[in-house]
Design a binder for this molecule. Sequence first.
Ligand code: SF4
Ligand code: SF4
Length: 187
Amino acid sequence: MEFRCIEECSQCCVEREYYPSKRFGKIGVLILPEEEERIEKLAKSNGLKINILPRIGISEDRNSIPIKILAYQLMGIEKNGNTCPFLDTKSGGKSPHGGFPCKIYKDRPLACMAYPLIESEPIKLDQKCKFCKENGVADENLDSEMESLLKIKEKMETRASFIWRFATGIGEQEDKQDLEYDWILED
Ligand code: SF4
Ligand code: SF4
């Protein structure tokens, strides 16, 4: 089956999830280190204030904080962590499939170009994507998503002994007591 965005859907640019669990807070859009400066500039030229936090770090010592950051994340603009700052919810414009348009569509992060593809072999789509909720699976019309996902994987490959994940401290009001804000070593 071919992958096609659902008419008028903007869900993946709006809804952010707790990942890998509530303790880590809501995650933002994954930004590679080499993309960070470009995204900051795009925000500035669009008159937007953005919040980029670290996402994945590495170290050779479990007792030190990460010595290198493999990925950052672009946080949502709402208090609960939702809604990408680049999503144009106000102008009345439409994306090609009729959802809210992205203000930086041609220059959007690789992670946005890869979505909803999350695994390449075998192909796996994020089941939270509205297309997947309605259709389950797709294995066609995913070439550009595949290309982007492979680039991300290549850039994030590491042999480091310890992988850290940054807890964002951002989430729903009722979950505040469960949220942490710091580097957490992956088990
Ligand atoms: S990728 Fe999925 S969630 Fe995102 S706009 Fe398309 S159908 Fe909606
Ligand atoms: S950068 Fe654009 S495509 Fe990516 S989440 Fe934001 S609005 Fe959506």
